[in-house]
Design a protein around this ligand. Sequence first.
Ligand code: NAD
Length: 384
Amino acid sequence: MANVREIGIIMNGVSGRMGYRQHLVRSILAIRDQGGIELSDGSKATVKPILVGRSEEKLAELAARHDIADYTTDLDAALADPQWEIYADFLVTKARATAIRKAIAAGRAIYTEKPTAESLEEAIELAQLAKTAGVKTGVVHDKLYLPGLQKLKRLIDSGFFGRILSVRGEFGYWVFEGDWQRAQRPSWNYRTEDGGGIITDMFPHWNYVLENLFGRVRSVYAQAAVHIADRWDEKGEHYDATAEDAAYGIFELDGGITATINSSWTVRVNRDELVEFQVDGTHGSAVVGLFGCKIQPRNATPKPVWNPDVEDTHDYAADWQTVPTNDVFLNGFRQQWEEYLESYVLGTDYAFDLLAGARGVQFAEAGLASNAEGRRVAIEELSL
Ligand SMILES: NC(=O)c1ccc[n+]([C@@H]2O[C@H](COP(=O)([O-])OP(=O)(O)OC[C@H]3O[C@@H](n4cnc5c(N)ncnc54)[C@H](O)[C@@H]3O)[C@@H](O)[C@H]2O)c1
């Protein structure tokens, strides 16, 4: 058999939404069940998870359901066992930093959900600790792997847009209050004291999307709102929503690009997808979503004339051309896991590290400060 390296991974928080569906089932078990991944040096790597959590009963059930030999409620013991090389964290944001600190102290490589911490200070502390300890780190950048955003990246790289002028993003959908219909997101998302809020949740995503596709974010203006103050939790009990459920942001990027992104859990969808970005450039425009991508080059741009006295019968939607799906796209979380594992085994540089994660937290913190102070907040370049 070819040279196969088995990598033991501590999976902490697998009973949660992200931990279970995206990281355990669609990424790590999918990689395990296909017999591992081929690396660029011709070798192979496969994965062996150990499930970690607070409820032994839940872990035992998950382990049995997915044919996983190892699980424990004792994180310290798992970290002390050298067969588990990578610590992966999908906990609620509030619980993350403490666990990552322990994992770094134990010399484990880190792979974590975003946001990496609740404050910039803590996010930088984690990045610095990892650098000093010399451990590899990775932070989820899943939106970059969405088929729609990969198509957008290809358009940018091909020079389709000419000079990019602006980016307009709309993200959101209606999250039910939880009284007459169950809420489809966890209740901690709506409590500041539990690490909730749409800025903390979504701005880290917008930061890596913007900096990897268009340019570094230089400043933030954000206006947030708690539009729905009364919500009902998983047990059907009323609670006061203290965290913002909508944020309206204007961002200045390198290269003079302006991005405006609205993020909302209190909006009803009138778009093709739950997130959409329109990019306008001198030579063409594109609208992309999770999957779709349509374009309008300057040579096919209509010439509207504003006249409120005559009904406009032009079908503007028909002016756009669909970009075909020329590639097979894997689940984005899995794609990133495979890249991280390859980088871990081969010891190559990995750009989406805890410092990149800290930039996401910095962006969110600047958004919160902008909202609190009613002003535009500049973003300083971070280094360790
Ligand atoms: N990349 C993405 O698109 C994306 C989407 C949603 C959430 N997230 C992030 O993923 C993380 C998990 O979010 P989720 O929606 O899966 O949440 P969730 O509430 O469904 O799951 C959270 C997990 O943490 C565990 N947990 C809760 N409190 C804990 C504590 N005090 N100590 C230890 N463990 C605790 C729970 O048992 C559960 O396993 C969050 O940091 C969130 O910001 C990322």
